[in-house]
Ligand binder design. Structure first.
Ligand code: PLP
Length: 360
């Protein structure tokens, strides 16, 4: 068996321990004589999996009792629609556009009400986070929306925007469980799990109970109503059972590693290895304003497209894969989520140094 160092932005690397456990339980989960993929979502065994997953997730993020945790099928794209459908009570919301995902969410929200773009960093290819200390928040805004970590551009909100008393809604897909969060600052946040937590095809949404309403936008499909899934304990429809099971294992792994404070420290150390090298290199450079750099997604370029392509090709041959940047940015991007070991980042930096030396 030979594992590569996988720098994919998502679906992405998972902890080896988790993968091994899943493999070991594939033919017989806990004496049931079947895999989790084959069992009823109403079975005792699955009920326990779901309950334990929620309990561990709540513990990791210190989620207060007045917030519901929903395991929702589909991707973050579903939430681009579900958020305005469920939360636009006055029909108005403010969006801070810091990348493609926020832009898509903003475009989707316009279908359901008045969505205002109150700040953007598109003028400089989303390479920074705009000043959000005194934004023109709409008087009747139901929420202010952000994408907290911008997967494609490699920026992160280091301080949350001043929403002037309005509810904050955040897409945390690419920074989910990478560091502690103050849950009480948000009305709701959600993330696709395929980056830091598990396989693709599911979102975990955390929403304060008073925001879960019956009188949502007329025409909202039953399955898209948060109240439907909140009332049914995420079991209104057949959920993504296998994904919940794997996420549950990742939560156990995170707890064993020491929780989110420890993950934050580890992630800071890993990111520093790469950023410090980028800052000292005369061939590679990071593309993001320093103070806004993400701990999870690190885009970089040489400034020469052919050299970028050569780098990606040779890195792949050396077992460092999925380093090609997003098609809208070019260059390279290393996604270094929780499950990327420090050795993976060290191997990448060593390879970059060697490449720089050989291609002077
Ligand atoms: N939001 C962010 C921050 C992302 O990185 C992605 C990436 O894949 C998405 C949303 C879209 O997720 P999905 O493809 O699961 O809908």
């Amino acid at each position: 068996m030979s594992r590569v160092y996988n720098f994919s932005a998502g679906p992405a690397v998972l902890p080896e321990e988790v993968l091994q456990e899943v493999a070991a339980e594939m033919m017989d989960y806990n004496g049931t004589g079947m895999s989790v993929m084959e069992m009823s979502h109403r079975s005792k065994a699955f009920e326990e999996i779901l309950e334990t997953a929620e309990k561990d997730f709540r513990e990791l993020l210190k989620i207060p009792d007045n917030y519901k945790v929903l395991f929702l099928s589909g991707g973050a794209h579903h939430q681009f629609a579900a958020v305005p459908m469920n939360l636009m009570k006055n029909g108005v919301a403010d969006y801070i556009v810091t990348g493609q995902w926020a832009k898509k969410a903003y475009a989707e929200a316009q279908k359901y009400g008045t969505a205002n773009k109150i700040a953007s960093s598109e003028d400089q290819t989303f390479s920074y986070i705009p000043d959000c200390s005194d934004l023109p928040i709409s008087e009747n805004a139901d929420y202010v929306y952000i994408c907290e970590n911008n997967t494609i551009y490699g920026t992160k909100f280091k301080t949350l925007p001043n929403t002037k008393g309005k509810e904050l809604v955040a897409d945390v897909s690419s920074c989910f469980l990478s560091e502690p969060m103050d849950v009480t600052r948000y009305g709701m946040f959600y993330g696709g799990v395929q980056k830091n937590i598990g396989p693709a095809g599911m979102v975990i949404a955390v929403i304060r109970e008073d925001l879960i309403r019956d009188d949502v936008l007329p025409g909202t499909p039953t399955i898209m109503k948060y109240k439907t899934q909140a009332d049914a304990g995420s079991l209104y429809n057949t959920p993504n059972c296998f994904c919940i099971y794997v996420c549950g294992k990742v939560f156990k792994w995170l707890k064993k590693m020491g929780g989110l404070e420890v993950m934050k420290q580890r992630n800071e150390e890993k990111a520093a290895l790469l950023y410090d090298y980028l800052d000292s290199s005369s061939m590679f450079r990071g593309t993001v304003r320093k103070e806004d750099r993400s701990l999870m997604n690190v885009p970089f370029v040489t400034g020469d497209k052919d050299l970028d392509a050569k780098f990606v090709k040779e890195a792949t041959a050396a077992g460092l894969v999925n380093l090609k940047g997003h098609r809208t940015v070019g260059g390279m991007r290393a996604s270094i989520y929780n499950a990327m070991p420090k050795e993976g980042v060290e191997a990448l930096v060593a390879f970059m140094k060697k490449f720089e030396e050989e291609n002077k």
